[in-house]
Ligand binder design. Structure first.
Ligand code: ADP
Ligand code: MG
Length: 223
């Protein structure tokens, strides 16, 4: 495998249900993601985008096949090592932001570092500045717009300097102008060398990505 391959996927499947009710919702024969790529994962609702992202981020386990991350097989590892993998290697961004409502923007960004005990405060403040939220560190999610909440989520995803950002419909809850700003922010991260995979059915978001992977019925239809 070439050194700049970040993820290699082979015969990856996800089946829901058992026996007669079993439905194979994902069947990806092969997929390679290189370090530094900015990829849009597109396709109609229900085609398997979230399923694939969750498998790559180890939030879900495959029914079959392999995911090789930086040359190491992650499918089949135990929960403790996956937890560490997830924290160190992956930054997640979700459609509905998934911020903790009782915490300030700053504390939300710091949340991934709670178990680590180090002082990540300067880095969190720097990241909030980077995403355009300087001066709003003390605000709770309720006092922020949708676009601002997604900026907090992006800063949180970056806190532990992940190798890969997985974004699932990050602009799905936003108006088109705000969505375009968030997409630009992701693009900027990529310009600084970050590998970004964004599931989206927003053509405007997909347009600015370096590569588009189209899915249909759980399979990769075109790339
Ligand atoms: N927990 C589940 N149980 C059964 N089927 C599921 C579950 N989660 C997703 N699916 C099905 O898997 C398919 C792919 O879903 P998903 O990955 O969410 O698609 P997308 O993100 O592209 O909209 C859909 O047919 C969906 O109904
Ligand atoms: Mg989805």
């Amino acid at each position: 495998m070439e050194p700049d391959v970040l993820i290699f996927v082979k015969n990856l499947t996800r089946v829901y249900g058992k026996n007669k009710l079993a439905v194979k919702v994902l069947d990806v024969t092969s997929l390679e993601i290189r370090r530094g790529e900015f990829i849009a994962l597109t396709g109609p609702s229900g085609c398997g985008k979230t399923t694939l992202l969750n498998l790559l981020g180890t939030l879900d386990r495959p029914s079959g096949g392999d995911i090789i991350f930086e040359g190491k097989k992650i499918s089949g590892q135990g929960e403790v090592s996956l937890c560490r993998f997830r924290r160190e290697k992956i930054g997640f961004i979700f459609q509905a932001y998934h911020l903790i409502p009782t915490l300030s923007a700053l504390r939300n960004v710091l949340a991934p570092a709670f178990p680590l005990g180090n002082d990540y405060r300067p880095r969190a403040l720097e990241l909030l500045g980077l995403v355009g939220l300087a001066g709003k560190e003390g605000r709770r999610p309720d006092d922020l717009s949708g676009g601002e909440q997604q900026r907090v989520a992006i800063a949180r995803a970056l806190l532990l300097d992940p190798d890969l950002i997985l974004a699932d419909e990050p602009t799905g809850n936003l108006d088109s102008a705000t969505g375009a700003e968030i997409a630009e922010l992701l693009k900027n991260l990529n310009h600084h060398g970050r590998t970004v995979l964004v599931a989206t059915h927003n053509p405007q978001t997909a347009e600015i990505c370096g590569r588009v992977i189209r899915m249909a019925d759980g399979r990769i239809a075109a790339r």
